[in-house]
Ligand binder design. Structure first.
Ligand code: ADP
Ligand code: ZN
Length: 221
């Protein structure tokens, strides 16, 4: 069995979070989502959280060094040894180079980069209506993936909320940042033969089934 150290690449709202959660369930590995780590720090009012908020609220990237340190710390924890899904990192060529260095330091490498290519108008439709669980961060959508009970997480009973940065003006800025800074990573990882393109729509059987099938195809299970 191949070890699964996977990067999820895609615009905000492309559905990478949903796939990342499913992949973790299928492969029993950990999700390392930089956005969630920042929000967790913010909730606990850490220095890192308060600093990150000033960038996040504007739809800008948190500086690379801060983000990379946080990722290195998380990937160095014992539960990441079985494999991980990086969700939201790297987001620029600079961060990808930092990631290479981090992985070299901890003796790991990238197994695959899953890329979700979703058109802009679809992204906007998906982000408006997005809600996440305040306790376990599971994403929902009022139209495409509604919780069983309005405003309540199916998994843990936590309250669902709409993120501050899911406001329309901020969404537009985040899409611009994606195009200019993050999209070049598709080329960067293509040259290493690591890109696996995922369909932008989930099949009728859902994210877990899709990720299981893909994992089998790639030899992760
Ligand atoms: P999305 O992918 O939907 O934009 P995230 O939860 O991944 O949402 O990120 C929310 C915000 O957190 C980003 O707009 C950015 O400000 C910050 N952030 C997350 N990941 C990174 C990163 N790798 N580098 C810099 N900033 C980041
Ligand atoms: Zn929850």
């Amino acid at each position: 069995m191949k070890k699964a150290n996977i990067i999820m690449l895609g615009a905000p709202g492309s559905g990478k979070g949903t796939r990342a959660v499913a992949l973790c369930e299928v492969l029993n590995i950990v999700q390392v989502a930089t956005g969630d780590l920042f929000r967790f720090n913010l909730k606990n009012k850490t220095e890192l959280g308060l600093l990150a908020k000033t960038y996040m609220d504007k739809g800008e990237l948190v500086p690379d060094g801060i983000t990379a340190d946080m990722v290195k710390q998380r990937l160095s924890e014992p539960d990441a040894k079985n494999g991980f899904v990086l969700d939201g990192f790297p987001r620029s060529i600079g961060q990808a180079e930092m990631l290479d260095k981090i992985l070299e330091d901890i003796g790991e490498s990238i197994s695959a980069v899953f890329y979700l290519d979703v058109p802009d108008d679809e992204i906007i439709r998906r982000i408006s209506g997005r809600m996440i669980c305040k306790d376990c961060q599971t994403p929902y959508h009022k139209e495409f993936n509604p919780p069983k009970v309005d405003g309540v997480c199916d998994k843990c009973g936590g309250q669902l909320f709409i993120r501050d940065d899911d406001k329309p003006e901020t969404v537009k800025k985040r899409l611009d940042v994606f195009k200019s800074s993050t999209k070049p990573l598709v080329d960067f990882y293509s040259k290493r033969g690591l890109i696996v393109k995922l369909p932008s729509e989930l099949s009728a059987s859902g994210a877990v089934a899709d990720m299981r099938e893909l994992s089998k195809k790639l030899g992760f299970i």
